[in-house]
Design a protein around this ligand. Structure first.
Ligand code: GLU
Length: 306
C-alpha cells in the first residue's frame, strides 16, 4: 500500500465517518458510557512492516466492551482447545441482538456463537478456573501490544450496577448446565474484561497480529496458533457485527468486531490491522462512522476478501 494513497483514503474515510456521527447515539444503558464525547473519531492502520497510519483520536482511551470477546476466545482456544470450547458454545450467527436471551432459552442447548454476550460468558466459563482477571489483563496487553491497558473502574462499576440482563443470561446458562462456574464470578470476569481501556491503536495492533497469522511482525514471536487465528477470524467474519454481520460481510468483506464503547477492530489477512474509535453507534450497536469508513477503506484499498 502506497503511503500517499493510504493517507488520502484515510482522510476521505474520516470525512465520510464524521458525516455519520449525528445519525447515531452514544450507548447509555451502561450510564458511564453515556459520558463519551459523541464526536470523537479515530482511525489507525497498522502494517506488518511496523508502519502505523493514524488519523484523529487514535490515542483516546475507551472501554473495549464486546471486542474483549475476541480476546477471551483466543485464550480459551489456546488453553482448552477448540473441541472443549465448542461443547459450550456454537459457531453460527444468531441474527439476534448481542444481549438476546429468548432464542437461547427456546431453541438452543448452547449459545449460538462466542461474539454475543451469552456466548462470551460460556467461553469464559471454560477458562475461569485456570486464569485470573490479572492474567487476562496481561494477555490483553500482550495481544494488543499495549502495556497501558488498565481496568476502567468507573465503567466497570457502572456496568456491574446495570447488568441484570447479563446476570439473567448467566443464570439461564447455569440452569441449562452450559456453565458450571459460579454466576457472580462469571459476571465479574466478563464485565471486567469489557471494561478494559484500549485505544484505536491497541485495536489495530491486535488486528494486525491476527492478520499476520498469530505472529507479532516486529519480533517474529508466535503469540497465537494458526488454528486459533483461523477460527477467530472466521467467527469475526460471520458473527462480529451483531445482527448486522451478514450485510457487513457482503459490503466490507473483512473480519471485524465491534463494541458498544465505540471500538471497531478489523483484520485484513496478510495485509493490515485496522482500529477505529467512534462512540456514536447505529441501532445495532456498531460504531456508525466506523461501518461507513470500513466500506470506504475496503473499496478504495481493495480489502474485501472476495
Ligand atoms: N459489556 C457490554 C454488555 O455486556 C458489552 C456489549 C457490547 O459491546 O456489545 O452489554
Amino acid at each position: 500500500m502506497e503511503e500517499q494513497q493510504v493517507r488520502a483514503v484515510m482522510e476521505e474515510a474520516m470525512e465520510i465517518g464524521r458525516r455519520q456521527i449525528p445519525h447515531g447515539a452514544v450507548a447509555t444503558y451502561i450510564p458511564e458510557l453515556g459520558k463519551a464525547r459523541k464526536d470523537a473519531l479515530g482511525l489507525c492502520i497498522a502494517l506488518p512492516d511496523g508502519t502505523l497510519y493514524k488519523a484523529g483520536d487514535t490515542n483516546i482511551r475507551f472501554t473495549i466492551q464486546s471486542i474483549s470477546k475476541v480476546i477471551s476466545l483466543c485464550k480459551a482456544l489456546e488453553l482448552r482447545g477448540a473441541e472443549e470450547v465448542f461443547v459450550h458454545v456454537g459457531m453460527e450467527p444468531s441474527g439476534e441482538a448481542f444481549n438476546s436471551i429468548v432464542e437461547l432459552d427456546l431453541q438452543a442447548n448452547r449459545p449460538f456463537n462466542p461474539m454475543i454476550n451469552s456466548g462470551a460468558i460460556a467461553v469464559e466459563s471454560t477458562i475461569i478456573d485456570y486464569v485470573s482477571f490479572e492474567d487476562m489483563l496481561a494477555y490483553s496487553q500482550l495481544l494488543c501490544d499495549d502495556p497501558g491497558i488498565t481496568l476502567n473502574r468507573q465503567v466497570y462499576h457502572s456496568e456491574m450496577n446495570s447488568c441484570d440482563r447479563n446476570r439473567a443470561i448467566a443464570y439461564l446458562l447455569k440452569s441449562k448446565e452450559i456453565i458450571t462456574a459460579n454466576v457472580d464470578n462469571s459476571i465479574e470476569l466478563y464485565t471486567k474484561l469489557c471494561s478494559l481501556n484500549v485505544t484505536a491503536e491497541s485495536l489495530a495492533n491486535f488486528a494486525l497480529l491476527l492478520a499476520n497469522g498469530g505472529i507479532r511482525p516486529n519480533t517474529g514471536e508466535r503469540l497465537l496458533a494458526e488454528d486459533t487465528v483461523r477460527t477467530v477470524l472466521s467467527i469475526m467474519l460471520t458473527c462480529g457485527m451483531y445482527d448486522g454481520s451478514g450485510r457487513f460481510a457482503v459490503e466490507v468483506g473483512v473480519p471485524t468486531k465491534s463494541g458498544v464503547g465505540g471500538g471497531l477492530m478489523a483484520s485484513v489477512y496478510g495485509k493490515c490491522g485496522i482500529g477505529i474509535f467512534g462512540p456514536s453507534l447505529d441501532k445495532k450497536g456498531n460504531c456508525i462512522a466506523g461501518c461507513e469508513m470500513m466500506k470506504q477503506l475496503s473499496s478504495k484499498l481493495g480489502l474485501h476478501l472476495f
